[in-house]
Design a protein around this ligand. Sequence first.
Ligand SMILES: [Zn+2]
Length: 119
Amino acid sequence: MDDDKTRTKLLQERDRLLREIDELEDGLAVSLADTSEESPYDQHMAEAAAFTQERQMDLTLEENARHGLARVERALKKLDDGSYGVCDACAKAIGHGRLNIAPDASLCIDCQRLTEKGL
Ligand SMILES: [Zn+2]
């Protein structure tokens, strides 16, 4: 396991996510400004509906990006304290194959599956 390479990958991913969150937040601010203008009632309703949908989608994207960011930050912390590659839940090795695909993984595949099932 090449820690430096992993760190670089994680830092790049963190930058990407931070930019994504920034852009989404800019977009949300702009669409708020757009709909604050006076407009005829019907048009306003249609705009408001489209706006709500769009905003909802952006919020979901932003939430996903924030979750991704939290995973990346967690992985960077594990690199720092030497627990990288060790499962947070059961303390077994996560496995290089899995870390190659998902360098931000902090759970082994078994624990990840349990989490996704909500157990
Ligand atoms: Zn585990």
